[in-house]
Design a protein around this ligand. Structure first.
Ligand code: NFS
Ligand code: SF4
Length: 637
């Protein structure tokens, strides 16, 4: 067992790694090892492959090699590489948002018959927030108007600001974004411009490049805010829900379907349709259909439908390794292509569903939005068929699973706070901070990164923050790490919360009308739902009468991996938030760029990156940042 201790802190994953070794399958953990040692040029960001003369690598002391062939300096190369991550991330998030907005438009127009406006109250609230008239209009008319506004944010040709940024941040941030010229008017336009700006022989000024990167990052934020809003409109705004997480949720007696990826347009319909198809599963000899989620599509259906979590990013292969997954239905993003070759060792069908996300050799069933239920039915039927071919010899039942209390949209959190103060719910949180009961708020977000031990940074940092009375919210694979390890439970409050946090949560639990007491960490949803956390920050700032850089609020991506995580980190910095990342980003190749993102950003935006791989030191730095802010808040009041 001990040989896998460095790979992961998760007991279920460790057992599955033993099995992988037995059958001779090389997992992501083996492949990560095989990549060592890494190239120093790439690691520090001074390898440029932007034109075909490259790769150019910067060797500071070698005459002629201290610049690229075109003469680009280390700072230009590092800045360009960094912002191109942001462009990739913003493209992924906002494309997801655009799909949701298009679906809402189609529902409003009377097609997309399998979707409906589930939360019309939220639709009206969003319409009002973005300044659209609703009086005398039907819900469908409002849906068309709101979706059209959202789609405008993708391709506006004038200089008006993107609506979802403009309508969701503080007055102070709006001014800051305008003064620093990073307020985006068009998501797609800002991405295209950034790719242009970072073409060979274009912008060589690292600061100018970084500011454009931040504009794109705010475009990412815009896409995420509208994705969250419109997903809630389509599928409902999450409310607290109780379920389970980790590989033990895979049930040997059920047809097991894992939904994996990001976009709820498919996964939510699969979940709803599966409910109606239990009989078909029974006819095939199973007790029914068991759904579980991986990555953010899992978080979407967890939040809205209480679907169990199987695992998170780094360990996605290990779900198949149990021999219990009949189908893994994937949409977009964070899906390891290796799932297909692994599925060959088992009976599992990997079903790709999106035209832009195919894996050679897997089963592709293109999802048709106009006939969503029919698509979902065909996919589920395939899973039921596959179930019949399950090989009992290859099954390794997992016992590990933990209870999960999740589904904390901002609306749900405010309703819970309202049980203590119905007139001003957010003051329940801000007063506890002012009184010193809580040190502040921490958002945990982001992925797993196989450079470190799976889930270790997530879990250890959160435990220490809890002991120090920090109110915690989580999204994405971070949220799943907590779900898998039992931290999204009331029991974890007893086990890990410091006296202030414990008193705070127990006081609210006693008053709130909930089926269960509150968990240690509030799981706010998928990565696009980091928007919810920022809306919480904005509310706190307005209540405290300060701008966001003065709110005792920090963010951490303990194990960041994807381009999307870079984009989220960047806009959190622009929002004025200290952002810890548990890896060293490839910015160290330029002292200038590294200094800008870790220090100078603070002078301009109030936010900055803290790069620290050691979880204990990372936590100390986050606590120090909170301490500084809450101290200032106390002397001000
Ligand atoms: Ni966020 Fe979610 Fe996970 Fe990272 Fe991938 S699933 S969108 S990118 S790996 S948290
Ligand atoms: Fe080399 Fe310049 Fe081309 Fe980059 S853009 S690969 S530094 S020549």
């Amino acid at each position: 067992m001990s040989e896998f201790e460095k790979c992961t802190v998760d007991p279920a994953a460790r057992e599955m790694l033993v099995k992988a070794k037995k059958i001779g399958f090389l997992t992501s953990f083996d492949r990560a090892k095989a990549q060592e040692p890494r190239c120093n040029f790439g690691n520090s960001g001074i390898c440029c492959r932007i034109c075909l003369q490259g790769p150019c690598r910067i060797i500071p002391k070698k005459l002629g090699a201290n610049k690229g062939i075109c003469g680009a300096s280390d700072y230009t190369i590092v800045a360009r590489n960094t912002v191109r991550y942001i462009a990739g991330g913003a493209s992924a998030h906002s494309d997801h948002g655009r799909h949701i907005a298009t679906a809402v438009l189609h529902v409003g127009e009377g097609h997309a018959k399998d979707y409906k406006i589930t939360d019309s109250a939220k639709l009206l609230k969003v319409a009002k927030r973005i300044g659209l008239p609703t009086e005398g209009k039907s819900i469908n008319e409002v849906a068309v108007a709101v979706a059209s506004e959202a789609l405008k944010d993708f391709g506006r040709q004038d200089t008006a600001p993107c609506t979802w940024v403009e309508s969701t941040v503080t007055e102070g941030r709006k001014k800051k974004f305008k003064d620093t010229t990073i307020m985006p008017s068009s998501i797609n336009g800002s991405i295209a411009e950034l790719l242009h700006q970072t073409h060979i022989g274009n912008d060589a000024d690292p600061v100018n490049i970084i500011f454009s990167g931040l504009r794109v990052a705010l475009g990412d934020y815009d896409g995420m805010q509208l994705a969250t809003d419109l997903s809630d409109v389509l599928f409902g705004t999450p409310t607290p829900t109780v379920t389970e997480a980790n590989l033990g949720v895979l049930d040997p007696e059920m047809v097991n379907i894992c939904v994996h990826g990001h976009n709820p347009l498919l996964s939510q319909v699969v979940v709803d349709t599966a409910r109606e198809m239990q009989e078909e599963a029974k006819a095939a000899g199973a007790k029914g259909i068991k759904l579980s989620g991986i990555c953010c599509t899992g978080n979407e259906v967890l939040s809205r439908a209480g679907v169990a979590i199987a695992t998170n990013f780094a360990t996605q292969e290990l779900a198949i390794m149990t021999g219990l997954v009949d189908a893994i239905v994937v949409d977009v993003q964070c899906i390891m292509p290796s799932l297909r070759s692994l599925s060959e060792c088992f009976h599992t069908k990997v079903i790709t569903t999106m035209p832009i996300s195919k894996i050679p050799g897997s089963y592709h069933y293109e999802f048709d939005e106009e006939n969503a239920v029919e698509s979902a039915r065909a996919i589920i039927r395939l899973a039921i068929e596959t179930y019949k071919r399950r090989d009992p010899e290859k099954i390794e039942r997992q016992e590990y699973k933990n209870k999960v209390v999740a589904g904390f949209s901002l609306e749900a959190i405010l309703e819970i706070f309202a049980s203590v103060n119905p007139d001003n719910p957010i003051s329940v949180l801000t007063e506890a901070i002012k009184a010193g009961e809580l040190k502040g708020v921490a958002l945990f977000a982001g992925c797993n990164n196989l450079k470190g031990t799976h889930n270790q940074n997530h879990v250890e940092i959160a435990k220490k923050m809890a002991a120090n009375d920090v109110f915690m919210v989580a999204t994405g694979c971070a949220g799943q790490a907590y779900a898998m390890s039992g931290l999204l439970t009331p029991e974890a409050v007893e086990a890990y919360a410091g006296p202030g946090l414990k008193a705070f949560l127990n006081r609210i639990s006693a008053k709130a009308d909930l089926k269960t007491a509150l968990p240690l960490i509030f799981h706010m949803g998928s990565c696009v739902d980091n928007s919810r956390a920022t809306s919480l920050l904005t509310l706190m700032a307005n209540e405290l009468g300060v701008d966001t850089p003065d709110v005792p609020f920090v963010a951490s991506a303990p194990e960041p991996m994807s381009e999307k995580a870079v984009a989220i980190g960047a806009w959190n910095v622009a929002m004025g938030i200290p952002v810890h990342i548990g890896v060293i980003a490839p910015t160290t190749g330029s002292d200038l760029v590294h200094g800008v993102v870790t220090q100078i950003a603070k002078d301009v935006f109030g936010g900055y990156f803290i790069m620290e791989t050691d979880y204990a030191k990372g936590t100390d730095k986050l606590l120090a940042a909170l301490e500084e802010r809450s101290w200032k808040l106390r002397i001000r009041s």
